[in-house]
Every structure is written in structure tokens, then in C-alpha cells.
Write a protein that binds this ligand. Structure first.
Ligand SMILES: Nc1nc2c(ncn2[C@@H]2O[C@H](COP(=O)(O)OP(=O)(O)OP(=O)(O)O)[C@@H](O)[C@H]2O)c(=O)[nH]1
Length: 209
């Protein structure tokens, strides 16, 4: 879990690609976003991210988890900061070794949901109560609410909590970079297209604004 300060923009550059742009100046004007119709600042950007060793550390082309974590930090660095809550819920809550078994089943033709079910796990075994508590602790409760970076409608409802202790004022879609940039950036593979189409078709993910 952590805050992403706006100063990170100085390290990542406007488009987040330091290698192409070279080092950015350390001093740059601070920007704070305001709502168009009022003087109040916009709700903070929040990413609730589930651990993915294969995607974040080994840059596996089976999922976009590593890309999503980087993209969330990049967006926060450009838009006045934000909060990343990193949940140790590897493999949608089934753990790394079970996820690797699920990968074997996927290689034999199952999709990500079917593979979990064949292993006698729920399609998604995660919970978000801890994330809600962390957000409340960080002062993200109350009327102002948050802007949540996600495609997962279940996550939006779950993070809000049973009594809407945290209010998701806006869902910000996490569009895969390969889709945004015609395959020129981001992860591009047959596996990831299948992974994304299962998320849309079977898990109700909304990969659009
Ligand atoms: N069981 C299983 N888990 C996976 C697989 N691929 C990625 N994951 C895990 O899925 C989690 C990420 O969840 P996703 O379903 O990709 O995305 P999400 O968090 O529901 O939604 P977004 O907020 O839109 O990213 C991480 O814990 C990954 O380890 C897979 O094939 N099987």
C-alpha cells in the first residue's frame, strides 16, 4: 500500500517512458485537479491491486497485471497523486501454486474461470474488506469519495463496503495499452486476448470508459 506522490512525474515523464524521454527536471509546477463546476478538488485516484508474481515480476504475457500496476502509478503521478492498496491475494486469492496449476489447465484448453472451478476453487476467491478499512484509515471515506481505477464491477461494489463507507464517485477504466496503441505498446499475446475476453464475457469486466 502507498501514496504515489506527484513528484513521481519527474521520474517517469509525461508519458511514463523515461527511456524515450530522458530524465525529467526535478522541479515542475504542481498540478491539482479541480472539478469543472466547483472549486473542490477531484476525488483521489485509487488502485486496489491484487498481487500477481508472474505478471509483475516475471512480466508473463498471460495477464496484464504488471502493466496495470505501472499504469496506475503513472496516471497518479500525472494527476496529483493517489493511493495504491496492494493486496496479497495472489491468483485471485487461490495462491501462486494453485494459479500455476490453473495455467496448466489453461494450456489444455480451459479458460481462467473454468480452470479455477476444475481445481475446486471459486472463479474469484478475493475479498476487499481490508482495502475498504485501509482507505478509511487513509481518510478516503466520506462524501468526497474516490476515483477507482478498475474494470471490475464486483470490485467497485465490494470496496464501497456494505454501508458505502467508501464512495466510488467514478470508475476509471484500465484499458490495455496494446488496445490503446494498436499493439505498439503493452503486452500482446494470444493468451492475453483470451484472458481479457474471459474477463469481459464471464466476469462482467468493462474495458471501456
Ligand atoms: N486464478 C487465476 N488468477 C489469475 C490469473 N491471471 C491473473 N490472475 C490473478 O488475478 C489477479 C488480478 O485480477 P484481475 O482479474 O486481472 O483483475 P481485477 O483485479 O479483477 O480487475 P482490475 O481492477 O480491472 O484489474 C491477480 O491476483 C493475479 O495473480 C489466472 O489465469 N488464474
Amino acid at each position: 500500500m502507498g501514496f504515489v506522490p506527484e513528484e513521481m512525474a519527474a521520474r517517469t515523464g509525461e508519458d511514463g517512458i523515461a527511456e524515450e524521454d530522458g530524465p525529467q527536471p526535478l522541479e515542475r509546477p504542481k498540478q491539482h485537479e479541480m472539478s469543472p463546476d466547483e472549486d473542490k478538488p477531484k476525488p483521489p485516484l485509487v488502485r486496489i491491486h491484487s498481487e500477481c508474481y508472474t505478471g509483475e515480476t516475471a512480466w508473463s504475457a498471460r495477464c496484464d497485471c504488471g502493466e496495470q500496476l505501472d499504469e496506475a502509478a503513472r496516471l497518479m503521478s500525472l494527476h496529483g497523486g493517489g493511493v495504491i492498496v496492494y493486496l496479497r491475494q495472489e491468483g485471485r486469492g487461490i495462491g501462486l501454486s494453485e494459479k500455476l496449476k490453473a495455467y496448466n489447465l489453461q494450456d489444455l484448453g480451459s479458460d481462467t474461470v473454468e480452470a479455477n472451478l476444475l481445481l475446486r476453487h471459486p472463479a474469484d476467491a478475493r475479498s476487499y474488506g481490508l482495502a475498504t478499512a485501509i482507505l478509511l484509515d487513509l481518510g478516503c471515506g466520506g462524501d468526497q469519495g474516490i476515483r477507482l481505477l478498475t474494470n471490475n464491477p464486483h470490485k467497485v461494489r465490494a470496496v464501497e463496503g456494505p454501508n458505502r463507507e467508501v464512495i466510488v464517485r467514478e470508475r476509471v477504466a484500465m484499458i490495455p495499452l496494446a488496445w490503446k496503441h494498436g499493439g505498439k505498446r503493452g503486452i500482446h499475446s494470444r493468451e492475453i486476448e483470451q484472458y481479457l475476453s474471459t474477463k469481459i464475457g464471464k466476469m462482467g469486466h468493462m474495458i471501456s470508459d
